[in-house]
Design a protein around this ligand. Structure first.
Ligand SMILES: [Zn+2]
Length: 241
C-alpha cells in the first residue's frame, strides 16, 4: 500500500466508523413502530387508527388462515403487534418445535367484526390452542373453511380432540411471555378468556405459577373458549368520538 492509498484507506475507515456509529445511534433512537396506532373507545364499542397486521407467519408461528389475513381480519394496535412478535421470538428457545397459531384480531379501522362481540380497538387477539399428537410431537389444529378455520373444533373437558390434546405447557408459556412482554412495552394483560375447566390444567405446568394471577374471566363466556384463548391487552385508548 503506497502513501496515497494508505491515506484513502484511513479516510475510508474513518467514514465507515462514523457511518456505523450513526447507524447504531439511529437504531437506538428508532421507535419499534414507525407510527404508533391510536385506539378509541372500548373493545365492545371502539375503533382504531393506524392499525397494522400481525406478520402472517414466522419461524414458530402462523396465522389461522390465509383467507382471514387476506380479508383484513388480523389488524392490531402497534403495541400489541410488538408484544405478540416479541413473545414468539422468546418462545423459540422456551418451547422448541412448537408452532403457535393466532386467530382473528381486528379490522383495519376496528369496529364490529362479527361474530366477535369485542375485538373493536385492535387490542384483542385470539390464539388457537397449541396441540400435541398422540406420540407427543407438536402438531397444529386442522383448519379449513369447513371448521371455520379451527373455531368450530370442540375439545372434551380434558382438552382432547381425536388424536390431538391441548399442550398446556406451551399455552401457559405463551401467556407467561405475553404478560412479560406486555410489561416491557408499558402495557399489561387486561383479560384472558379460556374455558375455566381447561384453564385449571395450565397451572400445573412449569409456567403455571407465574400466570396464576392473570385476569382469567371467571364467568361463563358467551361461546365456549376451548379451541382458542382470547387475550385483551390493557392499552390506553382515547375516548370514542
Ligand atoms: Zn376473541
Amino acid at each position: 500500500m503506497n502513501q496515497h492509498s494508505a491515506r484513502i484507506h484511513r479516510a475510508a475507515s474513518r467514514i465507515l466508523a462514523q457511518l456505523s456509529a450513526a447507524a447504531a445511534c439511529a437504531a437506538l433512537l428508532a421507535p419499534t413502530s414507525a407510527t404508533a396506532s391510536t385506539c378509541f373507545g372500548t373493545t365492545d364499542s371502539g375503533r382504531i387508527e393506524g392499525a397494522v397486521t400481525l406478520p402472517a407467519s414466522g419461524r414458530n408461528f402462523s396465522a389461522y388462515s390465509a383467507l382471514g389475513v387476506h380479508l383484513g381480519r388480523t389488524y392490531v394496535h402497534t403495541t400489541v403487534r410488538d408484544i405478540v412478535a416479541a413473545s414468539y421470538r422468546e418462545l423459540e428457545a422456551i418451547q422448541p418445535g412448537v408452532t403457535y397459531v393466532y386467530g382473528e384480531t381486528g379490522l383495519r379501522n376496528g369496529g364490529p367484526m362479527p361474530p366477535h362481540r369485542t375485538h373493536e380497538t385492535g387490542t384483542s387477539v385470539d390464539f388457537m390452542v397449541p396441540v400435541r399428537a398422540s406420540d407427543g410431537s407438536p402438531a397444529t389444529l386442522p383448519a379449513s373453511a369447513a371448521n371455520r378455520f379451527g373455531y368450530d373444533l370442540e375439545f372434551d373437558s380434558k382438552g382432547v380432540l381425536g388424536k390431538l390434546r391441548i399442550d398446556y405447557a406451551a399455552l401457559a408459556a405463551h401467556l407467561d411471555q405475553l404478560n412479560q412482554q406486555a410489561r416491557k412495552h408499558n402495557a399489561a394483560i387486561k383479560r384472558v378468556i379460556f374455558d375455566p375447566a381447561l384453564a385449571r390444567h395450565l397451572f400445573d405446568t412449569p409456567a403455571g405459577p407465574r400466570i396464576k394471577s392473570l385476569p382469567f374471566m371467571a364467568t361463563k363466556p358467551w361461546v365456549r373458549h376451548d379451541e382458542h384463548y382470547h387475550v385483551d391487552f390493557a392499552i390506553r385508548c382515547a375516548p370514542k368520538r
